[in-house]
Design a protein around this ligand. Structure first.
Ligand code: MEV
Length: 336
């Protein structure tokens, strides 16, 4: 039977989170910790999934039941058929592919195994990366050979089917890799020619839920929030040349400004604030949370001679320093 293995990188939001969901630009970089998916076409018309990193093992259902259960089934019909949380993105990705590319889908089944190099707790975008891996793998193994933008559109649709909202920046990072200037829904996906990005990353130890955070912001005064988004959008525009010129001091200052605005949005938390202050006090160029907030990671840029002190500061504040390289290759076929 045909088998293919595909990998895609995780991501870190550099600047522009939340505002990007409402039409402003953001900058995202792909990190050198990857999600891998092996997809096998089988004879029996059964979908099976092993995703041990998200506690899914031996999950199975008939192919004609793909997508049945949460989230595609109307609320009234939800029962024991609900799709387990860890299986949703892969299953709905399959469902969307099969719905859109009927001509390429033969009778028979699919076995999917995913394996991540990073913890799904970090907020590196494991759900989006696995969605992208599955769509890309199906595209290759069936001969549909979709281009990157079509893989993006199908993966982004999958994320929206499940989450209801989101910009798609994480999907773009998983597909295109590198460092991207991005606008919602892939309206702009512009690779930025950045050959090095010496980021230091600290994990807060707290798992955040993106949708919860996005909804939390919706409860605030939307006139104030819109003003904050506009300010964030402006600083992202200024960050683009700073990044391209490796002007880390300017980029750092913009990261600090972005963090202040995220605090005003109410998405930072004391633990992140402590880690951020520690990095600032140790001499970082700039520091901010990365992603939805409420936990997950903070990122910082520091002068060469301050890197160790910044790392020590983050650890002393109770954070876990994660060694990641940024600006790496996007989705790719590992074998097949
Ligand atoms: C979450 O990592 C970043 C948000 O901007 C959501 C999104 O862009 O999809 C809050």
């Amino acid at each position: 039977m045909k088998t293919i293995t595909v990998s895609a990188p995780g991501k870190l939001m550099l600047l522009g989170e939340h505002a990007v969901v409402y039409g402003r630009p953001c900058i995202v970089t792909a990190v050198n910790q990857r999600m891998k998916a092996t997809v096998e076409l089988t004879d029996e018309p059964i979908f099976s999934l092993d995703a041990p990193d998200v506690q899914v093992t031996g999950y199975q259902k008939p192919m004609d039941q793909l997508g049945v259960g949460d989230p595609l089934t109307p609320l009234a019909q939800k029962d024991s058929t609900s799709i387990p949380k860890g299986a949703k993105f892969v299953e709905i990705a399959l469902y969307n592919f099969y719905n859109n590319y009927k001509g390429y889908t033969k009778k028979g089944g699919i076995r999917v195994t995913t394996k991540s190099e990073f913890s799904s707790q970090f907020g590196f975008g494991s759900s989006s990366a696995s969605t992208v891996c599955v769509i890309k793998a199906l595209s290759e193994i069936t001969g549909a050979n979709l281009d990157n933008k079509t893989v993006f559109d199908l993966s982004y649709k999958t994320v929206l089917d499940i989450q209801g909202k989101g910009s798609g920046f994480d999907v773009a990072a998983a597909i295109y890799g590198g460092t991207l200037y991005f606008k919602k829904g892939g309206e702009i996906i512009e690779p930025l020619n950045v050959d090095s990005l010496p980021l230091i990353v600290g994990y807060s130890g707290i798992k955040a839920d993106t949708v919860t955070l996005m909804n939390q912001v919706l409860e605030k005064d939307q006139l104030v929030v819109e003003g904050i988004y506009t300010d964030i959008g402006k600083l992202v525009e200024q960050a683009k040349p700073a990044l391209l010129n490796k002007d880390w001091a300017t980029l750092g200052k913009l990261m600090d400004d972005n963090q202040k605005l995220l605090s005003e949005l109410g998405v930072s938390i004391p633990k992140l604030d402590q880690m951020i202050s520690a990095a600032t006090n140790a001499g970082a160029y700039g520091v901010k949370l990365s992603g939805a907030g409420g936990g997950d990671c903070m990122i910082t840029l520091a002068p060469e001679d301050k890197i160790q002190a910044v790392k020590d500061g983050i650890a002393a504040a109770g954070g876990q320093v994660i060694e990641v390289g940024a600006n790496v290759e996007g989705v790719k076929v590992e074998n097949g």
